[in-house]
Write a protein that binds this ligand. Structure first.
Ligand code: 5GP
Ligand code: ZN
Length: 114
């Protein structure tokens, strides 16, 4: 069993504010929100990052994108817009090595990132 932080959240060993979950995907609120809405969308299987996605994950990758759209709908930011970010590796600023998409919205966001 993985002692990865997000795997532990999936197994409900660590509490999280879950927005929704499906058979393959979990959406929960980031513990340190950077915007009024800041939700993380993750696969329920352990994949380290986008760099480890494989052909066998094709259907899962599509589900993750549709889950992002559902997050926007259910948090009320669909009409105003939002940003989706997947930090990958050291230069990407990844700190938890379980693939996750940040969904940020609820205020105008600046660009480019630092
Ligand atoms: P990364 O920096 O890897 O792209 O993003 C990791 C995210 O996970 C950060 O935004 C951080 O605030 C969030 N995070 C870290 N630990 C926890 C936790 O225990 N619970 C929740 N809900 N989010 C966490
Ligand atoms: Zn994991």
């Amino acid at each position: 069993m993985s002692d990865c932080l997000f795997c532990r959240i999936i197994r409900k060993e660590i509490p999280a504010k879950i927005l929704f979950e499906t058979e393959h995907v979990l959406a929960f609120h980031d513990i340190q929100p950077q915007a009024p809405v800041h939700v993380l969308v993750i696969p329920k299987i352990h994949v380290e990052s986008l760099a480890q996605l494989e052909e066998s994950h094709r259907a899962l990758a599509g589900e993750l994108l549709l889950a992002i759209q559902r997050v926007a709908r259910e948090t009320g930011i669909e009409a105003t817009g939002y940003r989706t970010v997947a930090n990958t590796g050291a230069h990407g600023g990844q700190s938890v090595f379980h693939l996750h998409f940040h969904v940020l919205g609820g205020r105008p966001l600046s660009w480019p990132p630092g």
